[in-house]
Write a protein that binds this ligand. Structure first.
Ligand code: NAD
Length: 481
C-alpha cells in the first residue's frame, strides 16, 4: 500500500470536470529500473478528451471572473498539498521515472515552491496614456482553455510550470503528461481535485495519439508545450490551423565553456553534475563541454574519476545517485549514439558499472571527439558527454554557437568580467556563470533559435497566457449624454 491509502500500482484516475474518471481503456506503465510493467492507468479516448475540453470551457466562464486573490489562494493551497504529500509522490516518481527518491522529492518540493511563488506574481495593468480627456489601460485578459503537454524528464515540475501560470491568469487547463510518466500527474490531479472548481484543472493520461488529438482541437485557445524540437514543430503546425497561441520549450545542445583560470578541483563536481544530473536527461544540461587545452587533461581525468565513483542503479535503493534512462526508446537512442562513437574509433571513458536489468547506461565521457561527430552535433539526452579542447576564445564561441539549438549555456572562469563578455556572445536564452541548471520562478526560460518559442516563468511567462486588451476610457461622458 502507498501512503495515499490505496494500492500504488492501481487506482489511477483522470481528473475530468472535477470527477475522478477510470475511463474505458487502460495502458501499462513501466519501471525503467527493472524494465517491468508495475502499474496501469487510464488511456484517454477521444470522448474523454471532449469531456475534459467541454468541462474546461464551462469552467472558464466563471473562473475568468474570479478575483486574482481567489486564484492565488487556490495555488497556495495546492503548494501546501504537494509539500505534504512529497514523500508518497517521490516514491511513486522513482518507480515511473527512475530518479533516486531523495532527488525525486526535490522535484515535488520544487513544484510546490513554483505554485507558491507563481501565486505571488503580479501582472500589472499598463497605462499607456492618461490625459485630461482620456485614460488608456492595457489589461491582461485570459485566453480560454489551455492545452498543457509535458515530457517525462521532469514530469511534475514542468507540469507545475503550466498549471500555476495558466490558472493564475484566469484560464482553465487540460494537462497531458507523457505516456511514460503519467502517474504522479494523475495522483496530483486527485490530490488537487477539491482545490479548484470543477473543470478548471483537468488531467488526461493517454497514448501517443492523445497529443496530436489535443493540438488539433479547436476548443483550445493556447498550447503550452515542453518536449523535443521535432515534436515542437508538429505542435506549431497543428496550432497554425486556427492560430492557437503557443509557447514551446524544446530541445537543446548546451555548451559549457571552461576557461583556463578555474581551479579544476573546485569546479569538477559541479561541472559533472551540470552534465549528468537526472542521468543527463535535462533540457538545459551541459551537452557539449569545451575545456581550455591548458586544463583539459586534468579536468578530463577528474571528471572520469567522479563518473567511476558515482553509484548508478535502481533509484529506490538508497545510495544510488543516478538512475536509469527513463524509457526504452530513449535508451536505444543513446546506445545507438554510443555505438556510432565506437565505430568511429572515439575514446569513451566509462563511469561506474551498471545493473544488467533495466535501462542503464554507464555515465560516459567522450574524449575530444571531432566537432562534426554525432555525439557532438545531436542532443543525446542521455549519459554521454562529449568533451572538447579549445585554445582561442573566438574559436570556442563560434563552435558553441554552431548549432540549431539555443537553450542555455555556461561559462566558467575566475574572471567574472571576462565570463560575462563570453556569455554576451552566446546565442542562448540563458547563460550561467560559474554555476549550472539554476532556474527561478521569477526568471524566464526562453529558448533561442530552434530551442523554443516564447518563454515560461516570471512575468514574461505569465504574459503568454494572456491577451493584451486595451481599454479606452473617456474622462467625461459629456459627448454622449
Ligand atoms: P517528446 O517531444 O517526444 O514528447 C513530449 C510530449 O509531447 C509528450 O507528452 C508526448 O506524448 C507529446 N507528444 C508527442 N508527439 C506529439 C504530437 N505530435 N503532438 C502533440 N504532442 C505530442 O519529448 P520527450 O522525449 O518526452 O522529452 C525530451 C525532450 O524534451 C528533449 O528534447 C528535451 O530537451 C526536451 N525538454 C525541453 C525542456 C525545455 O524547457 N526547453 C524541458 C524538458 C525537456
Amino acid at each position: 500500500m502507498g501512503d495515499f491509502g490505496m494500492d500504488i500500482d492501481r487506482d489511477y484516475r483522470m481528473l475530468i470536470g472535477g470527477e475522478l474518471v477510470v475511463g474505458t481503456q487502460s495502458m501499462d506503465v513501466i519501471n525503467p529500473a527493472l524494465d517491468e510493467v508495475f502499474a496501469s492507468c487510464p488511456r484517454a479516448t477521444r470522448e474523454d478528451m471532449e469531456a475534459a475540453i467541454c468541462a474546461a470551457q464551462d469552467a472558464f466562464t466563471t473562473w475568468r471572473k474570479t478575483s486574482v486573490d481567489e486564484r492565488r489562494a487556490a495555488l497556495r493551497q495546492a503548494a501546501g498539498i504537494l509539500a505534504e504529500n512529497a514523500d508518497s509522490l517521490a516514491s511513486l516518481f522513482t518507480k515511473e521515472q527512475g530518479r533516486p527518491t531523495e532527488l525525486a522529492k526535490q522535484e515535488i518540493l520544487g513544484a510546490s515552491y513554483w505554485f507558491a511563488s507563481t501565486a505571488d506574481l503580479e501582472l500589472e495593468v499598463d497605462i499607456t496614456e492618461d490625459t485630461d480627456v482620456r485614460r488608456i489601460e492595457v489589461h491582461h485578459a485570459p485566453l480560454g482553455v489551455v492545452c498543457g503537454i509535458v515530457p517525462w524528464n521532469f514530469p511534475v515540475l514542468l507540469a507545475s510550470w503550466k498549471i500555476a501560470p495558466a490558472l493564475l491568469t484566469g484560464n482553465t487547463l487540460v494537462l497531458k503528461p507523457s505516456p511514460y510518466t503519467p502517474l504522479c500527474a494523475l495522483k496530483i490531479g486527485e490530490l488537487l481535485s477539491d482545490v479548484f472548481p470543477a473543470g478548471v484543472l483537468n488531467i488526461l493520461s493517454g497514448g501517443d495519439e492523445l497529443g496530436p488529438w489535443m493540438t488539433a482541437h479547436e476548443g483550445f485557445a493556447k498550447i503550452s508545450f515542453t518536449g523535443s524540437t521535432a515534436t515542437g514543430k508538429r505542435v506549431m503546425e497543428a496550432a497554425s490551423r486556427d492560430l492557437k497561441r503557443i509557447t514551446l520549450e524544446l530541445g537543446g545542445n548546451d555548451a559549457a565553456i571552461i576557461l583556463p583560470d578555474v581551479n579544476v578541483d573546485k569546479v569538477a563536481e559541479r561541472i559533472f553534475a551540470g552534465a549528468f544530473s537526472n542521468t543527463a536527461q535535462i533540457c538545459v544540461a551541459t551537452k557539449r563541454l569545451y575545456v581550455h587545452e591548458d586544463i583539459y587533461d586534468a579536468l578530463r581525468d577528474r571528471l572520469h574519476e567522479i563518473a567511476k565513483s558515482s553509484p548508478i542503479g535502481d533509484g529506490s535503493d538508497q545510495g544510488n545517485l543516478y538512475g536509469p534512462v527513463q524509457n526504452k526508446a530513449q535508451y536505444e537512442r543513446v546506445l545507438d549514439l554510443l555505438e556510432s562513437a565506437r565505430r568511429d574509433g572515439l575514446t569513451l571513458l566509462e563511469g561506474a558499472s551498471v545493473p544488467e536489468k533495466g535501462y542503464f547506461i554507464p555515465l560516459t565521457i567522450v574524449d575530444n571527439p571531432p566537432e562534426d561527430s554525432r555525439v557532438v552535433v545531436e542532443e543525446a539526452f542521455g549519459p554521454i558527454l562529449p568533451m572538447m579542447k579549445f585554445s582561442s576564445l573566438d574559436d570556442v564561441i563560434s563552435r558553441a554557437n554552431d548549432t540549431v539549438y539555443g537553450l542555455a549555456g555556461a561559462v566558467w572562469s575566475a574572471d567574472i568580467e571576462k565570463a560575462k563578455s563570453v556569455a554576451s556572445e552566446l546565442e542562448t536564452g540563458t547563460v550561467w556563470i560559474n554555476q549550472n541548471l539554476e532556474s527561478t520562478p521569477l526568471t524566464p526560460l526562453a529558448g533561442h533559435k530552434q530551442s523554443g518559442f516564447g518563454a515560461e516563468n516570471g512575468i514574461y511567462g505569465l504574459r503568454e497566457f494572456t491577451q493584451p486588451k486595451a481599454l479606452y476610457i473617456p474622462k467625461s461622458s459629456d459627448s454622449v449624454s
